[in-house]
Design a protein. Structure first.
Length: 352
């Protein structure tokens, strides 16, 4: 008896499947720290796929050259702006650390205003105590993500280079191994592209416009650091409706506490009348062009994404949740189709 006769073919297949599952689980666990790099690779591939095909098939560029050019372009329009924002935040943190008197004066002024106008003299302390634990966790998560960002970016571009070079083989493998029929595979790919475009390009455009308008409002009504807070507003604008008020409402309250009543009221009207509605108007336009992510999905995705990916969770979280919902929808479609086929088969079997 040979060793091959110990197990039947079915048993060997089951054992091999178990080995694959165990090894796959180990690999997933080992790479969980750079999962953001894999997700970022898929996002970047989706964004620049058409450009890569254009360079190769229309202009006849060699595949490695096309990959390198796209990587350089993406670094200039995506990575470097994030580096600049990070430096701006770091410089502001150092500035506030060196000038704690300004923070204390602002807190005292808000407390006085809240005591005189609202009957809540310790409002700022109560709010700080209520939010300090959450803010600490959020800051720790963001900083830990920032510490790992260099490794993730390196892995992302390493993978992205080879995907662009071998884009036909990569896409063929994806279609071959996806558990969808041809029709649903096309639907899944199209919705994946539209959701990615909507959340990355569309939401980034909304964020830039909102940040710019808020900076203009800060300048008009005399609030401090309009450029800095415009950038912060652009970041928080990835949280629909809730993000910008976190910037202009406290700024308006500070203006009111300093006796600048019409400026504070004007900033509130500017924020709620213009900045907030920019999101509503542009989101409708983007939804007609490429599709949209529902605000509830965005908010829940941000809550999920920030602990997992740090600051990039503002982008990755909603995308991950949207991808999951697309897969669920296609699964339900496949299940309905399977039930119809089973019913048809039963009808045929019962026919005389």
């Amino acid at each position: 008896m040979s060793l091959n006769d110990v197990f039947s073919q079915k048993e060997r297949n089951i054992i091999i499947l178990l080995i694959i599952i165990v090894l796959g689980g180990i690999i997933l666990y080992a790479t969980s720290g750079i999962f953001g790099a894999f997700l970022g690779t898929m996002v970047m591939y989706t964004l620049f796929r058409n450009l890569n095909i254009f360079f190769i098939e229309k202009w006849g560029w060699p595949k490695p050259l096309s990959s390198v050019v796209i990587i350089v372009i993406s670094i200039f329009i995506i990575v470097l702006p994030f580096v600049g924002i990070g430096k701006m935040l770091f410089d502001k943190a150092i500035e506030l650390q060196q000038n704690p008197q300004w923070i204390q004066r602002t807190m005292d002024a808000i407390d006085k205003f809240a005591g005189d106008k609202l009957g809540q003299p310790d409002l700022i302390e109560k709010q700080l105590e209520a939010s300090s634990a959450y803010a600490g966790k959020l800051l720790t998560s963001t900083l830990s993500g920032a510490a790992n960002v260099f490794l993730e970016v390196t892995v992302m571009y390493f993978l992205l280079y080879f995907l662009f070079v071998n884009y036909k083989g990569f896409e063929g493998s994806i279609v071959h191994y996806m558990p969808f029929d041809d029709e649903n595979a096309v639907v899944f790919g199209e919705e994946l592209k539209n959701i990615t475009y909507s959340n990355i390009i569309g939401q980034t455009f909304i964020a830039i416009v909102q940040g710019l308008c808020l900076a203009i409002g800060f300048y008009i009504f005399g609030a401090k650091d309009p450029i800095f807070w415009g950038v912060i507003c652009a970041i928080l604008s990835f949280i629909p409706l809730l993000g910008p008020p976190l910037i202009f409402v406290p700024a308006a309250v500070i203006l009111l506490t300093e006796g600048h009543n019409w400026q504070g009221i004007g900033l509130l009207i500017w924020g709620f009348g213009l900045v907030i509605n920019i999101d509503n108007v542009l989101r409708l336009v983007i939804a007609k062009k490429v599709g949209d992510i529902h605000p509830i999905i965005t908010v829940v995705g941000v809550i999920i994404g920030i602990p997992l990916f740090g600051l990039m969770g503002l982008v990755y979280g909603p995308l991950l949740l949207a991808y999951f919902l697309i897969a669920v929808r296609i699964y339900k479609s496949n299940k309905r189709l399977s039930l119809k086929k089973d019913q048809l088969q039963e009808t045929l079997n019962e026919a005389p």
